[in-house]
Design a protein around this ligand. Structure first.
Ligand SMILES: *Cc1c(COP(=O)(O)O)cnc(C)c1O
Length: 376
């Protein structure tokens, strides 16, 4: 059997030795936060725009802290893109708040401005103004920044930007991760750079980031005895993993190049085939890191559906996966309100994520191309 081709396998360059060595040296009295601080600084200078960064234990932890810092409380309402991974929405429930899910627009596959505004108007009409909007750059594609920002400003509802999949993407030359009132990154195993598990919370407000660090380290008040005047969390990033992160920052640009190269590979491969449509940047304002290359497959044009293609790939030991199942279709959120018109449902029915890792080889690409050629 051929070796398995994964959708997005862990790709950690071995360039972190000295940082990790330092962090694990037992006989020194060094600052056990040194890699964390250096990794945060490196992310800050990468993102620009006066960003301040708090490194945390996961993207999910970052979203949880982000919602708390935006003032979301038990019983509040939070608007959330439905077409996403559950980690975007679960922290709403951790807090005891209520999600309202919003459908996608066709261009970016991300949160639809029209349905978002409808939901906000309805909520305000019911005297229950939402406390936050969670918008996601799914698969690395920036959401419609201009339209969503305008709505956020018009109704004075802050944005929590879930940029877990979009480190390195940008909109009008500004980096994703700098658009939200609070933004979140992830360094989980399958992300564009990874430290095997970790995340970051980003804000332009220094006070917010300092508060995030405080909450992430058990909310210890200033006292030599342990004193707590609010509930804290153990959400801090490990100093050892932050050392890996310092190494990963050096290969980020290369990883983006390789992911984008995979995207070009697919757009060439599909160029003559009617019925396959890649998720593509709507115009030059958008730049996607193409974390995952995704496409929809129209059965009436192709003569096969996405499931048939998935199984054909699987038979060759190539992993493809349906697109994220929208949150409003998930058993855990079946009672949550939803504003939409079938866009994300249709994407879920017809779409596939294709192998997109930064470590795929020419041989891997030939194997993928062979399956596509056989099907068409
Ligand atoms: C990966 C991911 C998260 C969560 O990040 P973790 O670091 O795995 O907790 C959140 N949102 C989206 C869209 C993701 O892809």
């Amino acid at each position: 059997m051929n070796q398995r081709i994964h959708l997005s396998s862990q790709n950690i360059e071995n360039n972190w030795g000295k940082y990790v060595e330092e962090a694990t040296a037992s006989n020194t009295s060094f600052d056990n936060n040194r890699n964390v601080t250096a990794f945060e600084k490196s992310l800050e200078s990468y993102l620009g725009e006066n960003s301040k960064v708090a490194a945390v234990s996961s993207g999910t932890a970052g979203i949880h802290l982000g919602l708390i810092l935006l003032g979301v409380q038990k019983g509040d309402t939070v608007l959330c893109q439905s077409f996403t991974f559950s980690a975007s929405a679960n922290p709403i429930i951790y807090i005891g708040a209520k999600p309202i899910f919003i459908d996608s627009e066709k261009d970016t596959w991300n949160i639809c401005p029209a349905h978002l505004e409808d939901a906000i108007k309805d909520c305000i009409h019911k005297n229950k103004k939402p406390k936050a909007i969670i918008a996601v750059h799914l698969f690395g594609m920036p959401y419609n920044i201009k339209a969503i920002d305008d709505i956020s400003k018009k109704y004075e509802i802050p944005i929590l930007e879930d940029s877990a999949e979009a480190l390195g993407s940008s909109y009008k030359e500004k980096k994703c991760g700098t658009f939200g009132d609070i933004s979140v990154l992830s360094f989980n195993t399958n992300k564009i750079i990874t430290i095997s598990g970790g995340g970051a919370l980003v804000s332009k407000k220094r006070g917010v980031v300092i508060k995030a660090r405080f909450l992430a380290t058990q909310a210890k008040d200033e006292a030599i005895h342990y004193q707590h005047s609010q509930i804290g969390y153990n959400y801090k990033m490990s100093n050892i993993l932050a050392g890996v992160g310092r190494g990963q920052m050096k290969v980020l640009a290369e990883h983006i190049g390789l992911r984008r190269k995979m995207n070009y590979f697919y757009s060439d491969l599909f160029s003559d085939i009617q019925g396959i449509k890649l998720l593509a940047e709507p115009n030059n304002d958008y730049f996607s890191n193409h974390w995952l290359t995704c496409a929809t497959f129209e059965e009436h044009k192709l003569g096969y559906d996405r499931e048939k293609l998935r199984l054909a790939m699987e038979a060759e030991n190539i992993e493809c996966r349906p697109l994220w199942k929208p949150m409003h279709m998930q058993p855990i959120f079946e009672n949550a309100p939803f504003y939409g018109s079938g866009v994300s449902e249709r994407l879920f029915e017809t779409g596939l994520c294709l192998p997109s890792g930064s470590n795929l080889t020419d041989e891997d690409r030939s194997r993928i191309a062979a399956v596509i050629k056989k099907m068409n």
